[in-house]
Design a protein around this ligand. Sequence first.
Ligand code: SF4
Length: 452
Amino acid sequence: MAAPSKATPRLDPFGELTGAMSREEARAESSRCLYCYDAPCVKACPTRIDVPRFIRQIASADPLGAGETILQANALGHSCARVCPVEVLCEGACVYQEWQANPIQIGRLQRHATDAVYAEGRLPFAPGPDNEKRVAIVGAGPAGVSCAVYLRLLGFRVTLFEKRPLPGGLNTYGVAEYKMTPKTALAELEFLFQLGCELATEKTVGADIPASNLIHDFDAIFIGIGLSATHRLRVPGENLPGVWDALSFIEAVKARHGKGVPKSAATVVIGGGNTAVDAATQSLRAKTPRVVIAYRRGQEKMSAYRFEIDLARRDGAVIMTDAVVRRILGKKKVEGVEFTDHRVVSCDRVITAIGQTKHYALAKTFGLEQHNDGRIKVDAATMATTRRGIFAGGDAVNGGKEVVNAAADGKKAAWGIHQTLFPGRCAPEGNAYWISTIDGRLVAPITPRTAS
Ligand code: SF4
């Protein structure tokens, strides 16, 4: 069992990890940028935000302009500034890394810029002229919301169907509180929905609304349904009180700052991915004194990002490797976990994070082809599924990636829908920037729509 690294002082247990920058800090940090030609940080961003451009705008005391640059390329730039794993994306690619110097703090600069736009309260874009086509979006998570925004810029009428009471998907319910609060996630949605999107919550497509109705009533459909329930361990004791799946645990902590979650003296988190590590860090920040992450292979096989593991260990998590669960111990509630090599860890809470299943039934309802592992098959350029008029993106397609990947998929699908319903027609004037950020190339001549 690896010992925890030196503990750092505890931060606010419910505060966001990525702090805001003052104007002076932002100006100083932006002045370090080399404004690289063919910048690697841009290529590393799935939404292709023009990083040197927005950093130059900050350096020129124009944070609002910087925010516009970001949001044109990534409508969810406000939340991505908080939840993106910048260490393996833009900041991981910054040229400063080659010189073993600190990379530009792109994530915090992005937050500085988008915070300025949100404080101003003015959308940096407007809906396109009404093209009289209607698009249904199934799932108001990051992929669906991103798709909705760009469809509105193209003049489509958009209705989002969301089964939960609130929109936002993982941003609202599943991102650990220490990364982003639900308040930030919901403020982003309120801001973006000023574009004029219809939102129907607590409506489950396939149950409350037949898929056939959507196919009949709308000109196109975008499926952004994410992933389904957490896999079960299938060991004795799994149904004891005190056993949580990671997403339910994070959601419960986020609701009313964890007041509905019983305190724990010792928690075992089972899994080795980012969700497991998030749950461990969130437990520690919610004042659980002892947290063990139990992973069935060696630490080098853990799929969680290194910096996330380091953060959990700095907060006090213990990593236990080659730990295959045999059973969860306890009579009336959880008392410990027994592993196949006879190790036993006493605890009063177990959190499972061993991956999520796919939405097989809903994909079948729409008649969509899936890969063997359940991911929906799409054309990578347009996000079109194997059924004409139906598009998909986000975790349901990629199997579970970052919010920024879902945002990129939604943007690409919006353009794919436009190309399918209006073949050869240009985009409304003013969309040049975001369309050029799809795969980093200009995909259509940009002229006013009336000229096409
Ligand atoms: Fe600036 Fe680093 Fe991007 Fe170069 S790679 S433009 S230095 S942020």
